[in-house]
Design a protein around this ligand. Structure first.
Ligand SMILES: Cc1cc2nc3c(=O)[nH]c(=O)nc-3n(C[C@H](O)[C@H](O)[C@H](O)COP(=O)(O)OP(=O)(O)OC[C@H]3O[C@@H](n4cnc5c(N)ncnc54)[C@H](O)[C@@H]3O)c2cc1C
Length: 166
């Protein structure tokens, strides 16, 4: 028993050393957060993405409704208030601000990764209203927005030579 424990400790230590030597960053999870993080780290970094399931199995793949975006400065206060109210005013205000302020850059990135959001008759992005949002500020792809976003992120990650998925 003691020998087995010693061996497990040794193997664990060896694996840790091996990981430290091989990778500059280890990301846990292949949902939207983990994949987007991998795509935003410098390509000179060696990255390991690990998941406890298959890479295409996560809540991110199941998300149906859509993703919100700040459409203009005049909607900032409403957007902030809607988010705080939905979180029973327990949200970290700095995180809410960051989410709203970074939404345009993130949507731009997603479009660059060929995420196909619904369009109106003129070819502009179509916004809908759902959940706690008082204004139409949700971009969507049918009722499988999470799958559309996450599968496109995964496709981009798989093209990166510096990222390994386990
Ligand atoms: C049915 C449904 C509908 C939703 N609809 C919407 C919506 O319309 N709009 C919206 O904004 N949000 C929606 N959400 C919420 C949204 O899906 C999540 O907030 C978002 O996907 C979280 O992304 P994430 O990358 O942080 O986590 P996840 O997508 O949950 O990914 C977590 C990853 O971590 C891995 N992991 C976890 N524990 C371990 C471990 N111990 N070791 C290794 N790997 C681990 C998992 O396998 C997975 O790969 C919905 C969620 C569900 C379930």
């Amino acid at each position: 028993m003691a020998q087995t424990k010693k061996k497990i400790r040794h193997d664990h230590g060896a694996r840790k050393k091996e990981m430290k030597e091989h990778y500059d960053a280890i990301i846990v999870g292949t949902g939207a957060a983990g994949l987007y993080c991998a795509l935003n780290l410098p390509e000179k970094m060696k990255i390991l993405l690990i998941t406890k399931q298959e890479a295409d199995q996560s809540d991110s793949f199941l998300a149906q409704g859509g993703i919100c975006m700040l459409r203009g400065e005049d909607d900032y206060e409403n957007y902030f208030e809607d988010t705080m109210r939905a979180g029973h005013y327990e949200n970290d205000k700095r995180a809410v601000d960051l989410m709203i302020r970074s939404s345009n850059d993130i949507i731009r990135d997603l479009l660059r990764y060929h995420v196909d959001f619904a369009r109106d008759g003129l070819g502009n992005l179509a916004f809908t209203r759902e959940g706690a949002h008082s204004q139409p500020r949700i971009l969507f792809h049918e009722d499988i927005t999470g799958k559309e976003i996450t599968s496109k992120l995964l496709m981009q990650v798989k093209k990166r030579k510096n990222v390994q998925i386990h």
